[in-house]
Design a protein around this ligand. Structure first.
Ligand SMILES: [Fe+2]
Length: 236
């Protein structure tokens, strides 16, 4: 079954439902009425989008973009991949933004009161545009797991939040990237809210030894598909 959202159609056999009671926040925020599709007018389709001039050199290096007095602590990693359209074609000039917890599983946000240290040299946010091959690349620190109040002894598996803008401001995909072999995935109601096993697997990055740099950082690959039957599941 598909439903038009104004951002294209969502395939509910692979996308998590708005209401998924195991994920408690969805009970309050899931829409109770039918969605009203937003019509894409000329101004939205032709309005300004990000260009290379809006980005700074270190925006895609989270190990350096917030340094105060030293390097951030934790395991340095490289995350790269391609943004693809429904025809498996690369999407160049797509704005890819990421945000994440630090190595100890703590976000720089006043609502995050997890009893774990902040890192003065790590902001946990970055952005980059895909190149002509649809590729993006970040250097960052592997995020830690963190507890949350969803249920007793609940822990989020380490993850990186991704937002991708396509060709205009109305085509946006927000999702989470996970790490391979993580035992917390089987217990995570957000990950398991995705109804299809293959679709869930698409949110798990793969370890990529060709991306790994000797004596520097481990590499992971994570492709994002904006539409079609291989669409990357959204975060709800
Ligand atoms: Fe998170």
């Amino acid at each position: 079954m598909t439903q038009s959202t104004g951002q294209g159609s969502l395939d509910w056999s692979i996308q998590p439902p708005y209401l998924h009671p195991d994920y408690k926040s969805t009970v309050k925020r899931a829409p109770k009425e039918l969605l009203i599709p937003m019509v894409q007018t000329l101004s939205e389709l032709t309005g300004p989008v990000y260009g290379t001039g809006d980005l700074k050199l270190l925006d895609n290096d989270l190990t350096r973009n917030a340094v105060v007095n030293g390097e951030p602590l934790g395991e340095r990693i490289i995350v790269t991949g391609r943004v693809l359209d429904e025809g498996n074609r690369p999407v160049p000039n797509a704005l890819v933004e990421v945000w994440q917890a630090n190595a100890c599983g703590r976000y720089i946000h006043k609502v995050d009161q997890h009893d774990a240290p902040l890192d003065p040299n790590f902001l946990g946010a970055g952005r980059v545009l895909t190149d002509k091959n649809g590729e993006y690349r970040f250097t960052t620190i592997k995020p830690g797991a963190y507890p949350w109040g969803n249920h007793d002894n609940a822990w989020r598996p380490p993850h990186i939040h991704f937002s991708v803008f396509g060709t205009n401001f109305l085509s946006r995909l927000v999702t989470q990237m996970f790490f391979p072999g993580d035992p917390l995935l089987a217990l995570d109601p957000i990950y398991n809210g995705i109804p299809d096993e293959n679709a869930r697997q698409r949110l798990i990055s793969t370890y990529a030894h060709d991306v790994t740099q000797p004596v520097w950082a481990l590499g992971y690959r994570f492709d994002i598909v904006l539409a079609g039957n291989r669409q990357t599941p959204f975060e709800k």
